[in-house]
Design a protein around this ligand. Structure first.
Ligand code: PSU
Ligand code: MN
Length: 309
């Protein structure tokens, strides 16, 4: 049963029918989060990382108004290389479908569609969150409120340090979204290993995440999303001094250029990629590939445990 009209890639449809592990992947990082031409290559590498760890990748996006779970290579190429691909949050999905748009799904939209399609694990880079200045602008990503009502496990490297990390953690708490560190009690800051805040819980293995998922299921239907925060090892993070300089400069440009709304996140990411001459891009790619690998191992463990219990 699905709430959206969804078309499935053949491989994903087969895997879901057979109860094999599947990992959802978003397309906004491909169309809006990473520069061309790397974006398409990285999109394929992410899928390969999921496969290498034993699961089937289901990259989600919209082609000519059709919501697709498991884009094929031609469709992925179209979203990665065409101008005018819309950035779709949950609220955009119906209008985009009705108008026949091409669109890439954010964490929020990907989570909603994946859960609706029966996929329980999702890998991304960093979650959207509360923007700095949100007290004035009210700019808080719909990723947060969507996770409050969507039963899915999102593997991410925390939230980007371009956001207000502390406020984001507070909102996740209010919204009832579970947050566990993967082998850490510190919430990661995406480019940075340590985002500066403590976590209440940590898990040690994919099997332990699977145990959490089984417990949630047995406790009934009141659970929404679960964030598995997976930091980069400290020796792989972006140089913190370079990070701080780039962020200060990016925020100043944001204010100067009057960038607002859904353009904020892509603007700051693009600024990082150009200002660090690719260093942040390399870090960004590492984050996503590591998260894809961990998400796949969680999906495998969840399938194995469920058969075992
Ligand atoms: N993290 C990344 N790159 C991205 C995003 C997150 O490393 O491109 C995208 C995700 O799709 C996320 C979105 O859902 O940015 C958040 O945008 P906004 O702040 O407008 O909600
Ligand atoms: Mn926003």
């Amino acid at each position: 049963m699905t709430n959206f009209h969804i078309s499935f890639g053949t491989e994903v449809a087969d895997a879901l029918r057979d109860g094999r592990p599947v990992v959802a992947l978003e397309s906004t990082i491909v169309s809006h989060g990473l520069p061309r031409p790397d974006n398409l290559l990285v999109a394929r590498q992410i899928e390969q990382a999921v496969r290498d760890a034993g699961a089937v990748p289901a990259t989600i996006g919209m082609i000519a108004g059709e919501l697709i779970v498991g884009l094929d290579d031609a469709q992925l190429t179209r979203l990665a290389t065409t101008d005018g691909v819309a950035k779709l949050s949950v609220r955009d999905l119906a209008v985009a479908a009705a108008t026949g748009a091409d669109g890439a799904t954010t964490v929020a939209a990907t989570s909603a569609v994946a859960a609706s399609a029966g996929i329980g694990v999702f890998a991304t880079g960093g979650l959207g969150g509360v923007h700095r200045e949100a007290a004035q602008t009210f700019d808080e990503s719909a990723d947060l409120v969507t996770l409050a009502r969507t039963p899915i496990t999102v593997v991410c490297a925390g939230v980007k340090s371009i956001l207000d990390v502390g406020a984001t953690l507070e909102r996740l708490e209010t919204l009832g979204v579970g947050v566990v560190g993967y082998r850490t009690r510190r919430f990661p800051g995406f480019y940075l290993t340590d985002g500066g805040f403590d976590l209440d819980w940590s898990v040690e293995s994919p099997e332990q995440v699977a145990d959490v998922l089984i417990a949630r299921e047995r406790q009934g239907g009141h659970h929404g999303g679960l964030v598995v925060a997976h930091p980069l090892p400290a020796d792989e993070q972006l140089d913190p001094a370079l990070h701080d300089r780039t962020l200060a400069d990016g925020l100043a440009r944001l204010a100067r250029d009057g960038v607002t709304g859904k353009a904020v996140t892509p603007f700051l990411l693009a600024h990082f990629h150009s200002a660090t001459e690719g260093a942040s891009l390399a870090v960004n790619v590492r984050i996503i590939l590591r998260n894809a690998d961990l998400a796949a191992r969680i999906a495998v463990a969840a399938v194995t445990r469920r058969v075992a219990v």
